[in-house]
Write a protein that binds this ligand. Structure first.
Ligand code: MEV
Length: 419
């Protein structure tokens, strides 16, 4: 999803007070689909008919879909589920999840329940600073001298950047600072001067805003450097939009698949160490994180491609891919400590929320008003999902777990290799 600074947004649906939402709904899985909708309506405080309307087939009219992208010939549906039991910073969150993979929602809800016994998750996210990049090449003369001329014009350039996004500035955001990087391509020796404009995009995802800023400044930068513009575009390596989450789980609560809790805790730490050692394992470990993040982000109409690109680049920032989440044992207090940090360029105001009834509903159910709050909750979702995966892997194994779930539902297991 991208934001449109030029669009006149309709007022969003009124938020629910944080204490009006309950995420612990015992017996939810055993209910019929209609009963679950009724219970989510009660637990969220939203009118049941609004839930039903937003999730009904055809809720997104094809004519609206036709305005979203090109060459539309119809709609493509996914299951919409609720991740239960999540509590972040003392607030219950019903997590909307749109995903096709079995077990993700159940595993998430199971570990969220363990964590909530101990205060749930704590999360925070940095202000939404997005980088607009302008790359120049064929800079006449000395690169350092050209960079100096750009630095000397910082005030003028920031003013020009802010003039290109007046609505963002009115919302309290805007271009905050410039930074410069001198780059050289190894094989050809071609040099680039790279100008970063750090833009606070407030509650937007920021792609269109950053792109607008980049394109507005490019001609003036070409003039200042006597160089040629290669391109101007945001960077999806959103390392100034990091979200953090952490949790503590008593060892005893981690017992699983017949393995006692303290042993599970040690094996989970070992599983994390393995991911921190082996890039092949780290990628799969991170897929476990993104299972939760992407499922919620899809329901919430986020740009999942941008989240994926940013998360994996961040995980490889040391030149080697490493796990996004980390699990270590606190032996004195007999707790498993979990933590995560990842870039999350998300929005609570993007145009899809205005256009897509399911996305609008997902935002109302989750109840995050600010993008930074949403980023923190999604970081907690990723941490919870990751722990759920590792806990199963180091105990009964993933295939057995999937099959048990499906057996309970009376369906053939989708992952059964023999099926
Ligand atoms: C499967 O979708 C995700 C896992 O492979 C994640 C992991 O290995 O940690 C189970």
């Amino acid at each position: 999803m991208t934001d449109r600074d030029d669009a006149t947004p309709k007022p969003l649906e009124p938020p629910l007070p944080d204490d009006a939402r309950r995420s612990r709904l015992p017996g939810f899985r055993e209910l019929t689909l209609a009963e679950r909708v009724a219970l989510v309506a009660r637990a969220s405080g939203l009118p049941q008919h609004e839930l039903e309307a937003a999730l009904a087939p055809g809720a997104l009219p094809p004519a609206k879909a036709d305005r979203l992208i090109e060459n539309v010939i119809g709609l493509f549906e996914l299951p919409f589920a609720i991740g239960l039991n999540l509590r972040v910073n003392g607030v219950d969150r019903l997590v909307p999840m749109a995903v096709e993979e079995p077990s993700i929602v159940a595993a998430f809800s199971r570990v969220a329940r363990l964590a909530r016994e101990r205060d749930g998750f704590h999360a925070a996210a940095a202000p939404a600073l997005t980088v607009a990049q302008i790359h120049l090449t064929d800079v006449a003369g000395d690169l350092d001298a050209a960079a100096g001329r750009v630095e000397a014009a910082t005030g003028e350039l920031l003013e020009e950047a802010n003039a290109s996004v007046p609505r963002l500035v009115a919302r309290g955001g805007g271009a905050r600072r410039l930074s410069l990087r001198r780059l050289k391509h190894g094989e050809s020796g071609q040099t680039f001067l790279c100008v970063h404009v750090h833009v606070d995009v407030v509650d937007a995802m920021g792609a269109n805003l950053a792109n607008t800023v980049a394109e507005r400044l490019a001609p003036r930068l070409a003039e200042l450097t006597a160089g040629r513009i290669v391109m101007g575009i945001l960077s999806n390596l959103a390392d100034e939009r990091l979200a953090h989450a952490r949790c503590e789980i008593p060892w005893d609560a981690l017992a699983f698949g017949g393995v006692p809790g303290p042993l599970v805790a040690r094996r989970v730490e070992e599983g994390w160490r393995l991911a921190d050692t082996d890039p092949y394992r780290a990628v799969t470990h991170n897929k476990g994180v993104m299972n939760g993040v992407d499922a919620a982000a899809t329901a919430l109409g986020q740009d999942v491609r941008a989240l994926e690109a940013g998360a994996h680049a961040w995980a490889a920032r040391d030149g080697r891919i490493r796990p996004l989440s980390r699990f270590v044992c606190d032996t004195e207090r007999e707790r498993l400590l979990g933590e995560i940090a990842l870039p999350l360029a998300v929005t609570t105001v993007g145009h899809l929320r205005q256009l897509h009834p399911g996305v609008a509903l997902a935002h109302r159910l989750l109840g995050c008003q600010r993008a930074s709050e949403l980023a923190g909750v999604l970081a907690a979702v990723g941490l919870c999902q990751s722990l759920a995966a590792v806990q199963v892997l180091v105990t009964e194994g993933i295939q057995r777990g999937h099959m048990r779930l499906h057996a309970r539902k009376g369906d053939p297991p989708a992952h059964d290799p023999s099926a």
